[in-house]
Design a protein around this ligand. Structure first.
Ligand SMILES: [Zn+2]
Length: 251
């Protein structure tokens, strides 16, 4: 049976691109719309996996460059029904500055209509909607919960453990969260998750599946290290899986 939402991981690194992948970006292709989760360099692969005839929505968690550097490739796309970019309200101005000369093609000059919006706490999308809540990171950072086509998808990165992450992921069909740290690694005051913490979040929230992404490129230098992280996460939450660039799953 064909599932309602297809999720493709286009970039699964945190911080910088490396042989393990591009910086973080995922896309959820639903029957009614396309939802992009963050705009790391993985964004450049988007047109190989989606139908550009659907309305496209991009949700930015925060403005750190590993989540926004891909914005400068927007000019290669031809979204027939336009693009809406949602940012945490406090970061809208920063994103506008990033998408402008002298850095890149301004949003108003892209070959499709673009709307840059501060995300409201509750939002509607074709086929459903969702909520946005602040996470705990070194800058303003939001997590999202989407209810689309009868499925619930939570996206929480970058973050430490916090009550809002649990709330967003409560009983979700899938939680996509980060695994920047190795097991037991100190976050140095820059909140992130390790395999046990990420898995503990999924377990506490009662999520059905967990996908780990945003592996710090300096810490996770090989896919074997990611496999080890998966084994560690499964000690806490057996439905945990690590993402890799190009991985496609159905929810
Ligand atoms: Zn990051």
């Amino acid at each position: 049976m064909k599932k309602a939402i297809q999720i493709t991981f286009l970039g699964t690194n945190g911080w910088f691109d490396s042989p393990t992948g591009s910086t973080v970006c995922a896309v959820a292709d639903t029957p009614e719309c396309v939802v992009i989760l963050d705009a790391g360099y993985g964004l450049h692969k988007l047109d190989s996996v989606i139908d550009q005839q659907k309305p496209v929505y991009l949700f930015l968690s925060h403005a750190h460059l590993d989540h926004t550097v891909g914005l400068h490739v927007l000019a290669k796309f031809s979204f027939a029904r336009g693009l809406t970019i949602f940012t945490p309200p406090a970061l809208r101005a920063a994103v506008r500055r990033l998408c402008a000369q002298p850095l890149t093609v301004p949003l108003a000059q892209l070959p499709f209509p673009v709307e840059l919006r501060s995300v409201p706490r509750r939002f509607s999308l074709p086929g459903g909607g969702g909520i946005a809540l602040p996470l705990v990171h070194s800058s303003v950072c939001f997590g999202y919960r989407f209810e689309l086509s009868g499925r619930t998808l939570a996206y929480c990165t970058d973050t430490g453990i916090c009550a809002n992450a649990v709330k967003l992921a409560r009983a979700a069909d899938i939680l996509i969260t980060e695994c920047a740290l190795q097991l037991g690694q100190d976050d140095g005051g820059w909140p992130h998750l390790d395999p046990h913490k990420a898995a503990g979040l999924a377990r506490q929230a009662g999520a059905k599946q967990l996908m780990l992404t945003h592996f710090d490129a300096q810490v996770y230098r090989t896919t074997a290290q990611r496999a080890q992280a998966q084994a560690q996460a499964r000690q806490v939450f057996p439905q945990a899986r690590v993402a890799r660039d190009g991985l496609r799953i159905c929810v």
